[in-house]
Design a protein around this ligand. Structure first.
Ligand code: C2E
Ligand code: MG
Ligand code: MG
Ligand code: MG
Length: 291
C-alpha cells in the first residue's frame, strides 16, 4: 500500500510489502547493473564419454558474483532475468563468453571439446536468437560443431511448429542441439520425432535414485530406449556414484555428467583438468615408431 505523503511522491511502508517482494525488488535493481559491472561469471562442468571416460564437452553454467551476497546460483536469478527482459543481453554475453573460452582452449593447444550453453525459454522465443548464435560463431571463430545449445521441452509447447523452424535454422548453422532435463517437462512424443536435435539429457530427478527406486529405473530405461530408437545420443546429468554409472552404461548412455566426474568450476580450474586429461591421453598413445 502506497501512502501519499507529498503532492507527487509516495512512500512505501515496509510492513505492507513482504520481505520476499523486497528481496526480489532489490535483486532486480542489482541485476540491472550486474552486466556492466562484470559481476557475471561462467563456471564449467565436464561431460565425459561413457566408453573412453574422456572429457568430450563442458557445460557453461552462469553464476552471479554479487558484491554483498557472494556467489549467487542461477535458479534464484534466471527467472528475474527473464521477467525483466535482461535475459537477452545476459544470454548473448553467456554465448560469446563461452564460445570465446572454448576457442581459447583450442588455441592453447588443448584437444577440442564441445561447449554447451543453456538457452532460456524467452531467449529461444526471441526472434534474434539465430542471429545472435551466428554472430557469436563469427566473433569467437569457434567452429560451429563445437557449440551445443541446451534447450528444454517446456519451450516447445507454446508453438511446436515455430520451435521446429527455429531448431532447423540453428541446425543450419552447424551447432548441436540438446534437450535438457528430459522427462521433467511436457514431452509430446509426436513432436519429439520431428525435433532436429542431437542429444537427450535425462533429467537428474530420474538419475538420483536410479539404483534404489524401481520407478525411476523404469523411466530411465524407457528414455534410453526412446533415444536409441530415435537415433539420438543419450546424456545423463547428476551422476554422483559408480552404481549409477554401471546402470547407465548398460542402458547405452553415451555421455555422463555429474559431481562424480567434476563439479562446475572456474575456467582456470577447468583448464588444469583439461591439460591433465590431455597429458594422460598422450601417455596412453602408442609410441610413434616412424623412422
Ligand atoms: P541444468 O542446465 O540442468 O544444469 C545442471 C545443474 O545441476 C547445475 O546447477 C549443476 O551445477 C547441477 N549439477 C550438476 N551435476 C550435479 C550432480 O551430480 N548433483 C547435483 N545435485 N547437481 C548437479 P546450476 O549451475 O545451479 O544451474 C541450475 C540451472 O540454471 C541449470 O540447470 C540451467 O537450467 C540454468 N542455467 C545455468 N546457467 C544458465 C545460463 O547461462 N543461461 C540459462 N538460460 N540458464 C542457465
Ligand atoms: Mg543444462
Ligand atoms: Mg540439465
Ligand atoms: Mg537439470
Amino acid at each position: 500500500r502506497a501512502k501519499q505523503v507529498g503532492q507527487n511522491h509516495y512512500e512505501f511502508h515496509t510492513p505492507d510489502m513482504n520481505s520476499a517482494a523486497h528481496e526480489r525488488l532489490s535483486m532486480e535493481t542489482d541485476l540491472q547493473r550486474a552486466l556492466q559491472n562484470q559481476e557475471f561469471v561462467l563456471h564449467y562442468q565436464p561431460k565425459i564419454d561413457t566408453a573412453t571416460k574422456a572429457i568430450v564437452s563442458v557445460e557453461a553454467l552462469l553464476r552471479w558474483n554479487h558484491p554483498t551476497r557472494g556467489l549467487v546460483l542461477p535458479n534464484t536469478f534466471i527467472p528475474l532475468l527473464e521477467d525483466t527482459g535482461l535475459i537477452n543481453p545476459v544470454g548473448e554475453w553467456v554465448l560469446l563468453q563461452a564460445a570465446c573460452q572454448a576457442q581459447a582452449w583450442i588455441d592453447a593447444g588443448l584437444e577440442p571439446i564441445r561447449m554447451s550453453v543453456n538457452i532460456s525459454a524467452k531467449q529461444f522465443r526471441s526472434h534474434i536468437l539465430v542471429e545472435t548464435v551466428r554472430r557469436t560463431l563469427g566473433a569467437s571463430q569457434l567452429e560451429s560443431r563445437y557449440l551445443e545449445l541446451e534447450l528444454t521441452e517446456s519451450m516447445f509447447i507454446e508453438n511446436a511448429e515455430r520451435s521446429i523452424q527455429i531448431m532447423q535454422e540453428l541446425k543450419c548453422l552447424g551447432v548441436s542441439l540438446s534437450i535438457d532435463d528430459f522427462g521433467s517437462g511436457y514431452s509430446s512424443l509426436a513432436y519429439l520425432k520431428q525435433f532436429p536435435v542431437d542429444y537427450l539429457k535425462i533429467d537428474r530427478s530420474f538419475v538420483t535414485d536410479l539404483v534404489s527406486n524401481k520407478k525411476d529405473a523404469a523411466i530411465a530405461v524407457a528414455i534410453a530406449a526412446l533415444a536409441h530408437s530415435l537415433d539420438l545420443k543419450l546424456v545423463a546429468e547428476g551422476v554422483e556414484d559408480q552404481a549409477q554409472v554401471e546402470f547407465l552404461e548398460k542402458q547405452g548412455c553415451h555421455e555422463l555428467q555429474g559431481y562424480l566426474f567434476g563439479r562446475p568450476v572456474s575456467a582456470e580450474e577447468l583448464e588444469q583438468v583439461l591439460r591433465q586429461a590431455d597429458r594422460g591421453q598422450e601417455a596412453r598413445r602408442p609410441v610413434d615408431t616412424a623412422a
